[in-house]
Design a protein around this ligand. Sequence first.
Ligand code: NAD
Length: 325
Amino acid sequence: MGRAARTIRRAVVTGGAGFLGSHLCEHLLAHDVEVVCLDNFLTGSPQNVVHLVEHPGFRLVRCDVTDFVHVPGPVDLVLHFASPASPLDYLRMPIETLKVGSLGTLHTLGLAQEKGARYVLASTSEVYGDPLVHPQHEEYWGNVNPVGPRGVYDEAKRFSEAMTTAYRTAKGTDTGIVRIFNTYGPRMRPDDGRAIPAFVGQALSGRPLTVAGDGSQTRSICYVDDTVRGILAMAFSAEAGPVNIGNPDELSMLRLAEWVVELTGSDSGIEFIDLPVDDPKVRRPDTTRAEQLLGWRPEVPSAEGLRRTVAWFAEQREAAAVRAG
Ligand code: NAD
């Protein structure tokens, strides 16, 4: 028998001071859901939620979810989003990444189990590795090198999916798994090494855009508002997943770089650099399941999402320049 979706009044968001987490906190509060945001600020910052701290329904708690997770009071939803997410971050912090995917997932599942809460795991398209099936649908098991540099992230997420599934089958916890594809938008760190902030930063400062390999590798980019809407549709449902959340709009890295140059009006050139080890050659979500189960599909065209993102980064740079006098 299927489960019924529940009423959500109070949510715990781990990694809530990060890029996606901060948008989730904001949208939950807008849905009249109280939010307890747990973060150790490893790759996120209190600055991302500073506009929420005065909200009576919001609580920010500094906490490393690999140590211990205790939240007093009722909890209806746990969103486990804590984890370094950009290659630069997880290559710099391999042990922390494996710990938050394993111990962090265990502790947060324990919290959901104790509170009788719905649990949603932030998994990733990286579980598909360098895929041999294109586009990637949820039935595909992936092609991951466990001992390659990216293995620390990919395998942490694969383990966390297995652990989440085990809690569902062995303990009856109401769990859901979302496999998130590359998401972009305001509040990404300019220096996090991901392609869009890197390209935008380079274009705005007139430096050459550094494209890996020959730039023919593809990614599918989803604007943050669409991703957050998909995650919340999953959170407010009783589906187990995994469900892909991403935009099937696939483009080559070279095309993306050229687009950023056009949107910023920059006269930056393109510089080709070495391709990282085990870099996926293609990436595109099959979103049929999300459409069928959640009635979700991305709505923001990449041209519009990129325009908003470029505008945000430009504002941040101007504000920083003013502060620096
Ligand atoms: P982010 O680095 O901006 O946010 C992660 C947050 O987790 C940070 O605020 C960080 O301080 C916190 N954190 C890390 N370890 C912690 C710990 N041990 N205890 C408490 N907090 C901890 O990254 P993001 O892009 O917002 O990604 C959020 C989640 O979504 C991650 O789990 C990531 O794997 C997943 N995801 C993101 C994308 C994307 O395109 N952004 C794609 C796929 C999956």
